[in-house]
Design a protein around this ligand. Sequence first.
Ligand code: HRG
Ligand code: AKG
Ligand code: FE2
Length: 344
Amino acid sequence: MKPTPTLPIIDPTPYLPTTTTPNTAHAGDRARTAKALHEACRDVGFFYLRVDNYLTKEELDEVLVLAREFFGRSKEEKEQIGLDETDRVRGYQRLHQNVTQGKADHHEGLDLYAPNPYPPREQPTTNGDGNEGRPLRPLEGPNLWPSKPEQFKPKMEQWIEKMKVLGMAVMRGMADGLGMSEVEGEGLRACVDESFWVMRVIGYPPLPQGADGISCGEHTDYGCLTLLHSDPTIPDSLQVLSTSGRWMTAFPVEGCIVVNIGSMWEYWTGGLYRATLHRVIHKSPKYRVSIPFFFEPNFDARVKLLDAARRKADEEGKGGEVKDLGEKVYGDYLLEKVGGNFKY
Ligand SMILES: N=C(N)NCCCC[C@H](N)C(=O)O
Ligand SMILES: O=C(O)CCC(=O)C(=O)O
Ligand SMILES: [Fe+2]
């Protein structure tokens, strides 16, 4: 018998764009989704999002199959798109090249990012303004795509487009969940409308039996929303720290992805919403693949306490818990974090 899900299941459908504009979802349906999002973000920072209305079974399956095929290829082939020494973050990472809290993670991965985040005048040029030949900065390089399997790039690009729309829909729901006005909601959307997204394609060989080890060390995510699609046949790899201090398993639920919020939501809500610690311990014998899509703020977004978060906390008698954490520029925060992620 399948265990009962330990995290809430939320349906984003009332916030998803439809072919008829605007979305004619019943206000009551939206309110229900918005309330569920608020409670999940306040209480756990993790939830399941129903996506079987939005993505076909084929779409859900094929990206995982392609990821598995890519990791099944030879070391030499994968190393051809190995992390570039110049931009230092985009590309393939061999087993143990990822590091969390100073310890090597037992996974391999491919990291893809939104295009170059720097304004055009700061890009390397050849037009005589004195910048020729300067080395690429972190995050400035092109994505490194595998040429095989051939469908990898087009299908992953489709997935990215779908995840961007889904991320925006969840953000709309969260704005309503905080009781934001139309103008406030627009302000929040303006922070994410050019999302500097990240997508990781991760491969987890089983951990060696009888030895300590960790597939991905405990961490919180950096940005806004993590939309995680993972192999639904592997039950028990992702663990989430509950408020009672116990690790609980977030096993895959058919037709759902797992969503959690990142640190930027702590800045926006003064800690009313939490970026929850999680980790991966993958012991079962099947090679596991997962594809987290990080729907993040714009690279230059200034993230600071929202009036709506303070109002909402006061309304719920939690005003005392809200602490103004100051302002963070998302790109600065990301650069601080990614610097320590790899052994080159
Ligand atoms: N873009 C995000 N959130 N990536 C999460 C990666 C977490 C593990 C990483 N090695 C770390 O040390 O944080
Ligand atoms: O593979 C997973 O289940 C989670 C991966 C993760 O937490 C991350 O990459 O930030
Ligand atoms: Fe994570």
